[in-house]
Design a protein. Structure first.
Length: 552
């Protein structure tokens, strides 16, 4: 009976539009009364309810789905102590369950601050207790007497004795790290070297996927069929009118980044931009259909050396549905897009198009690049989902001529043979190179062979060939050259790459002044301003393109 009810609920994920018979509402009311004992059944129920809450047919469907989800911890409690089935990354974070993972210092600190009763060191899963020695010598009196000369120092026992009452082991450890006269990067290096797993219990916690919503959002009900990939033209969406964008207050920005970090961490995910995002620069965009996109850049102290970085999370009817990461250089943006497993039967292509439309508008990027991993290289999940064809049907093209020929053959065969699907081996071949989408204003083909790693390789080659392998000598020489040319003190990073542009000294005074503005923006300005200034500097663009283009 449970299987039959779950199958009928699952069918409603693909059934939208009139007539409104009330059948789904009756089915949900029945599910609310039904007991599901097997973990697999509870997982299936939970994920189906979340989908129906994100894409409701009616307000009553959303209300009934929420009513079950907000009481889901009671259902989990009936399962018993063995909750291992609920730790799988695709479905982790259900109310009443727990997960164990190694989090970075930035994430561990924020989780422990906000959920002190729910976060603890997973001692039973920690195989590297001996790694604590070097840190404990700095944090604990007389640890240096034991650790260097004795085997298996009893660090867990010592921490329990030292922390006293009222705090946990992880709170004590983080507090002691905070007391060191170091910056966050140095503290992070000490903590991250421990590779320490933490257990996060969702029992009684405010944060869980079952509960997490944006509050007070106007519901969008899908009385018509969902938008499918065939309904979406990426080119047309990029030409659409400007999306409404609003900047959040710093307090609201911090609150949103905390929510986003929770959402990611409970799925074993960490994104650089969510861990170090600029709380004073969080924005909300609203493309419609109850989709909201919250995005931010990085504060100056966390800027990457060359690329501008932005991260975003998108919500559907207040439910977190996925995230995106953009790494931009001039008008080119590398896009990492992840739609959570639960919502892959939703309006994926339309949401993806809105994300690119937003960043086209805000950042001025015109060329979107997708890394081979995203479409299946060393990523079996992407191969299984046919990710390459998702992007191809939106208009992306491979930059490798050999892959382009394979695409032509596959598309020809698809046209001749109804029902034909590319084999797994073919999908793996298709995922062997980058794919690009250029809007109509982009210079066609300019970025086909560009990789940011080639710029780094050019720097390393200069160190080896001209400075005897000494990076400090290169840094000093590069800084002197660029500082003298631009008339300003220059930081590492972009200045190192600029020093390799042969004609830098022949740039006009105006070009040099614009380059100085770009370096200052990278050092202490916003990521968006940095990128916009770069896009105006045609000579810097040409030099960087040469450095980063294979075979140039």
């Amino acid at each position: 009976m449970a299987d039959k009810l779950l199958e009928r609920l699952d069918e409603w994920k693909r059934s939208f539009g009139p007539p409104e018979s009330g059948a789904l509402e009756r089915l949900l009311a029945s599910a609310a009364k039904r007991r599901f004992a097997a973990p697999a059944d509870l997982i299936r129920l939970h994920e189906t309810l979340l989908f129906l809450r994100a894409y409701p047919r009616t307000p009553e469907v959303a209300r009934l789905a929420d009513a079950i989800l907000l009481r889901f911890e009671r259902r989990i409690a009936a399962v018993g102590a063995d909750l291992a089935a609920f730790e799988v990354p695709e479905i982790s974070g259900i109310a009443g369950t727990s997960l164990s993972a190694v989090f970075s210092y930035a994430v561990a600190r924020r989780l422990a601050q906000r959920y002190p009763r729910n976060i603890e060191i997973a001692w039973d899963r920690y195989d590297g207790v001996d790694r604590l020695g070097a840190a404990m010598v700095r944090l604990m009196p007389l640890a240096a007497e034991d650790w260097p000369v004795e085997a298996h120092s009893p660090f867990r026992q010592w921490i329990a004795a030292a922390r006293g009452r009222g705090s946990s082991d992880i709170e004590w450890l983080l507090a002691r790290l905070e007391s060191l006269p170091l910056g966050d990067r140095e503290r992070a290096a000490i903590y991250d070297a421990l590779d320490m797993p933490l257990t996060w219990k969702m029992a009684g916690a405010r944060a869980s996927r079952s509960h997490l919503r944006l509050s007070a959002r106007k519901l969008y009900c899908h009385s018509e069929p969902l938008l499918r990939r065939a309904d979406v033209s990426l080119a047309r969406e990029l030409e659409g009118p400007a999306l409404p964008v609003k900047r959040l207050s710093p307090a609201a920005g911090r609150k949103m980044l905390d929510l986003i970090l929770d959402t990611s961490a409970m799925r074993y995910r960490e994104l650089y931009g969510f861990s170090h995002g600029d709380a004073g620069g969080v924005y909300r965009a609203s493309p419609g259909r109850a989709v909201e996109i919250y995005f931010c850049g990085l504060p100056p102290e966390w800027h990457l050396p060359l690329r501008a970085y932005h991260a975003a999370m998108f919500f559907t009817n207040g439910v977190p549905a996925g995230y995106v990461e953009l790494l931009s250089f001039f008008e080119r943006a590398e896009v990492g897009f992840n739609l959570y497993y639960t919502f892959r039967e939703g309006e994926s292509a339309w949401i993806y198009a809105q994300v690119l439309r937003l960043f086209r508008q805000v950042l001025g990027v015109k060329v979107f690049s997708v890394d081979p991993y995203q479409i299946g290289q060393e990523n079996p999940e992407a191969v299984d989902s046919g990710a390459f064809w998702f992007y191809r049907k939106l208009g992306f093209r491979p930059v490798d001529p050999r892959i382009a020929k394979l695409v032509e053959r596959e598309e020809s065969r698809i046209g001749r043979e109804p029902g034909y699907r590319s084999s797994r081996r073919t999908l793996e071949k298709l995922a062997a190179g980058h794919i690009l989408f250029e809007d109509r204003t982009a210079e066609a083909g300019a970025w086909d062979r560009f990789l940011i790693r080639n710029v780094g390789l050019a720097v390393q080659r200069a160190i080896g060939e001209r400075f005897g392998g000494d990076p400090e000598k290169f840094r000093r020489a590069a800084s002197r050259r660029v500082s003298r040319t631009l008339g300003m003190e220059t930081p590492d990073g972009l200045a190192l790459a600029l020093s390799l542009i042969p004609d830098l000294a022949r740039w006009t005074e105006r070009e040099l002044g614009a380059a100085a503005q770009i370096l200052r923006a990278k050092q202490s300005g916003s990521e968006t301003r940095y990128l916009r200034l770069m896009q105006k500097h045609t000579r810097m663009r040409a030099g960087m393109l040469r450095l980063g283009t294979a075979g140039s």
